[in-house]
Design a protein around this ligand. Structure first.
Ligand code: 1GP
Ligand code: MG
Length: 241
């Protein structure tokens, strides 16, 4: 559980780290929000953060079904049609993806200290490639990447599938989930990681209702605020650690 002051109540000796991608390492959630607002405007409806919270972190088709059902537009637009409609807009936005604050510093630090790191995202391969094309050097530091369309990921977050597949593929895996720390921004992702038995640091968008932080072991405003030593990980070399 998260402490109100953002402190750690569950300390563990972490040896491996799993990163979420969208909204955690890359500032891509804003693209989904933008295109969903455009589509809903056609139906004279508005997109809000309670719906956003239900969609984020999920596989594309799962999020699409939630979108058409919750907004009540399902009779006019199917989940499949919604995905087609948003695709051309997303394809032009994704290559402009930028890193979230502190993402590069943390990935490079853990890699330099020999901590095995990997990625576990709901994004499928085609979108992953578009989003990371300007950041291939950084993402190449990941030991492996598990994508939403991976055959081992039968169900998207909050199912533990993507995290269990990620834990299995580390050198000498499967790694004991108690030794793994997951970084997530989405409520479904935090729950998926807990369902896999790992510890979770949540870095939520400030617009997300704080009641949705409750399953995380630690809640931070930014990756820049992460203190590796609180989790038994090597500290940053700079004084800011
Ligand atoms: O699991 P992440 O990397 O957040 O990706 C999910 C994404 O498809 C949008 O929410
Ligand atoms: Mg995410």
């Amino acid at each position: 559980m998260a402490n109100p002051d953002g402190g750690v109540s569950v300390k563990g000796h972490i040896t491996h780290v799993i990163f979420d991608m969208d909204g955690l390492l890359l500032d891509t959630e804003k693209f989904y929000t933008e295109v969903q607002e455009i589509i809903l405007a056609r139906f004279n409806k508005t997109f809000d953060w309670s719906l956003k919270a239900k969609m984020m972190g999920k596989k594309a088709i799962e999020a699409a079904r939630i979108f058409v059902e919750e907004t009540g537009i399902g009779n006019s637009l199917t989940a499949e049609q919604f995905l087609v409609e948003r695709e051309s807009m997303l394809q032009s936005l994704f290559p402009t993806s930028e890193l979230m604050p502190g993402a590069s510093r943390l990935i490079k630090h853990l890699h330099a200290k020999g901590i095995p790191i990997c990625l576990a995202t709901g994004s499928h391969k085609r979108h992953f490639e578009l989003k990371t094309q300007r950041h291939s050097e950084l993402f190449s530091l990941m030991h492996h990447v598990v994508l939403g369309d991976d055959p081992d990921v039968k169900k998207g977050k909050p199912s533990p599938d993507v995290f269990l597949a990620a834990a299995k593929r580390f050198e000498g895996g499967p790694v004991n989930p108690q030794k793994i720390l997951v970084f997530e921004d989405a409520p479904s992702g935090v729950l998926g990681a807990k369902n896999a038995g790992t510890s979770v640091v949540m870095v939520p968008d400030p617009r997300l209702d704080s009641s949705l932080h409750k399953d995380a072991d630690q809640v931070l405003n930014s990756l820049l605020d992460f203190k590796p030593s609180e989790w038994g990980l090597p500290p940053f070399d700079t004084p800011t650690s």
